[in-house]
Design a protein around this ligand. Structure first.
Ligand code: PSU
Ligand code: MN
Length: 325
């Protein structure tokens, strides 16, 4: 990768074995000088948004981070390297449905590297790799969570376990109501991951502004969210991340009646088709995009762009706080 440089991550084990982490020069420079950087996941591009829209949206997400004054670092596995910060050619490959891009959670990353496979990173793997590169703010659409029926299936997204041991702030629009929302909130409490509502007392439900469950904490500004991260750094001893849940404005959410119908039909489709494991989330998203007359896609794009902008603003505030400390 001539256009990238290798850097050693902040973890001692990693520094001893720099490995194939390839950080885009612009990103590496921003990290080294303490400027604001926002990590972005690539599963939303390769497996969450329909081909034809994903590339445009991927570029818009990066632009939203830049507009807020931060440097975007989309993370993916390409050509035997973990790439932190992508050029447009890499974004194009990720968004090409013919490119055989796998969905890689953190457990898959080493395997895919060894076997020479290309892949997109989930919230779990993006958070872990961002932390290793020295990035502490991350924007996505929706967090994975506890699935309905998890007591039988054990289907709980690895996103939650990684957040419990990775000090990264994840800006998301809550979790989709295809999940067990109260179960997810309970599990985040068990894992000691704080959850902040952004200017809301309600935990957002992705397509819906309000999931029907309360957010444990509320912050009013990007500065307050950054202050939370900074206070935890100063306090020390906390290895967990933070969830910053940013709702769609009520007048931009998906119509609740349409939403409830889609969720019921989508869950029935999974049952009918016998879909389970890591295929569940992409299959449901595709189902919604095909059966909502464009509404699920519109809402998904709006919320991810809003999250990218907010993450950029938080990263700017956090850089200022660290610089002032
Ligand atoms: N939510 C979305 N779009 C997505 C995802 C979540 O609205 O594309 C992706 C994220 O990458 C998340 C992953 O980490 O799905 C969760 O997958 P699973 O439920 O298999 O852990
Ligand atoms: Mn799962």
């Amino acid at each position: 990768m001539p256009s990238s440089v290798h850097i050693a991550g902040p973890e001692r084990g990693y520094a001893a074995h720099p490995g194939p982490l390839s950080v885009h020069p612009e990103v590496a420079e921003a990290i080294a000088s303490g400027r604001a950087v926002v990590a972005l996941e690539s599963t939303i591009l390769a497996h969450g948004l329909p081909p034809g829209d994903n590339l445009r949206v991927g570029r818009e997400i990066e632009a939203a981070v830049r507009a807020a004054g931060a440097v975007p670092a989309t993370i993916a596995l390409l050509d035997g390297q973990v790439r932190v910060g992508l050029d447009d050619a890499a974004l194009q490959r990720l968004c090409d449905p013919a490119a055989d891009i796998l969905k890689l959670s953190i457990r898959d990353v080493g395997v895919a590297l060894a076997l020479g496979r290309n892949g997109a990173t989930t919230v779990a793997s993006t958070s872990a790799l961002a932390h290793r590169a020295g990035i502490s703010v991350f924007a996505t659409g929706g967090l994975g969570g506890v699935h309905r029926g998890a007591a039988q299936t054990f289907d709980i997204s690895a996103d939650l376990g990684v957040l419990a041991r990775t000090p990264v702030l994840v800006v998301c629009a809550g979790v989709k109501s295809i999940l067990d929302v109260p179960g997810t909130l309970e599990y985040l409490e068990t894992l000691s991951v704080p959850v902040l509502g952004f200017r809301t007392d309600a935990f957002p439900g992705f397509y819906l502004s309000d999931s029907g469950y309360a957010a444990p904490w509320r912050v009013e500004s990007a500065a307050e969210a950054a202050a939370v991260v900074h206070a935890r750094e100063v306090l020390g001893g906390e290895s967990a991340g933070v969830v910053l849940a940013n709702p769609l404005p009520v007048d931009r959410q998906v119509d609740p009646a349409l939403h409830d119908r889609l969720v019921a039909d989508g869950l029935a489709m999974l049952d009918r088709e016998g879909i389970h494991g890591k295929a569940v989330t992409p299959a449901l998203l595709a189902y919604f995009h095909e059966h909502s007359g464009g509404e699920s896609l519109r809402a998904n794009v709006e919320l991810v762009l809003a999250n990218a902008g907010l993450a950029g603003a938080v990263a700017v505030e956090l850089a200022a706080l660290r610089g002032a400390a």
